[in-house]
Design a protein around this ligand. Structure first.
Ligand code: 13P
Length: 340
């Protein structure tokens, strides 16, 4: 294993002012996004949408890598250029989601396990040939009555670690994503405790599976109030509690920590990240790997219409720029107005 190469890539992925664009929605998930703009979920529309994003002039200034879905890493733009080449021409790295989604975890009502380990070694080799430099696997941890169980935390951490070991063996940087879901009426301290337990289980399993942390990237949730909780923690509390749990549970050997947005508003996701970076110095590069928080305004502006492509690209470029400032700890609400 060329750990120096993996380490270089893992640093590059989270180094300010850049972060990751998560554009790896499965066909069914992108269908939900398209439904919000009344667009049918056919391959031509998926191509047109991703091509719009990847042809955004200058996006590579703020985006170090793009996570793709299986269809997209094999796909060509309308003029025959591969999506992978569009991304590379901006100096960004193509990456690939390799998990196969979640299924109910037997014996644990309401909890899920991520599938996709069978045959993964061969799939990783193919993705490396298609140009991927890194990979992603997402575990889903639900909070609720009696949840998460230790069983679910452990089973998901084991799967993440087995995946990470296989990715490194294939020469690809694994993004490990144990997502504690925001849905529920729990308070922010419950989110803190569950996030701590999930990270503890993850780093124990990564050790067991001999994963070299210098060649990994962590993609965590932030510590936030449950969406149905009457007391919603403010920006400073989210930033302080998220940093506290990361410092307690994420070894300094991990080069980059890149957050998911998880359903936060665009501006909250940016404000939280900026507040954390402003509280540095930190042991890791701390940046973003947002899906919805980078794409929501672009998809709405585009609305599936060719005449809106430039406006959609402008919306995406704006969010990328704002999050680039946040990766530096330098974003203010004023930047939204002046740069919009
Ligand atoms: P969100 O930022 O929309 O949560 O998506 C990030 C992601 O890739 C989840 O796996």
């Amino acid at each position: 294993m060329d750990i120096e190469k993996l380490n270089r890539i893992a640093i590059q992925m989270g180094q300010a002012p850049r972060g990751i664009l998560a554009a790896d929605e499965s066909t069914s998930t992108i269908g939900k996004r398209f439904a919000s703009i009344n667009l049918s979920n056919v391959e031509d529309h998926r191509r047109a949408y991703r091509e719009m994003l990847f042809r955004t002039p200058g996006f590579g200034k703020y985006i170090s890598g793009v996570i793709l879905y299986d269809e997209t890493i094999r796909q060509k733009a309308a003029d025959g250029t591969s999506m992978v080449d569009l991304i590379r021409s901006e100096g960004a790295l193509p990456g690939i989601k390799v998990d196969m989604g979640t299924k109910p975890l037997p014996g644990a009502d309401g909890e899920v396990i991520t599938e996709g380990l069978d045959g993964l070694g061969a799939r990783l080799a193919e993705y490396a040939n298609l140009g991927a430099a890194f990979t992603k696997w997402r575990a889903v941890i639900n909070i609720g009555k009696g949840m998460p169980s230790q069983y679910a935390l452990k089973a998901n951490a084991e799967a993440l670690a087995r995946y990470a070991a296989l990715a490194q063996a294939a020469g690809l940087v694994p993004i490990v994503e144990p997502e504690v879901i925001m849905d529920g009426d729990h308070d922010i301290d419950t989110c803190f405790d569950v996030t701590e337990a999930a990270l503890k289980a993850l780093y124990d399993s990564l050790w067991d599976h001999r994963v070299v942390l210098e060649g990994t990237v962590l993609k965590p949730n932030m510590v936030v109030s449950g969406t149905e909780n009457p007391r919603q923690a403010g920006i400073d509390e989210v930033a302080a509690k998220t940093l506290k749990v990361l410092k307690r549970r994420v070894p300094a050997a991990v080069p980059s920590v890149v957050f998911l947005s998880g359903g936060q508003s665009d501006q909250d996701a940016t404000a939280h990240l900026s507040a954390m970076n402003a509280a540095g110095p930190l042991p890791w590069h701390l940046s973003f790997s947002y899906g919805r928080a980078l794409q929501a305004s672009a998809i709405k502006t585009w609305a599936g219409k060719p005449e809106n492509v430039a406006a959609g690209q402008k919306a995406f470029a704006h969010r990328a720029h704002m999050n680039g400032l946040a990766a530096l700890g330098k974003w203010t609400a004023n930047d939204e107005r002046s740069a919009a």
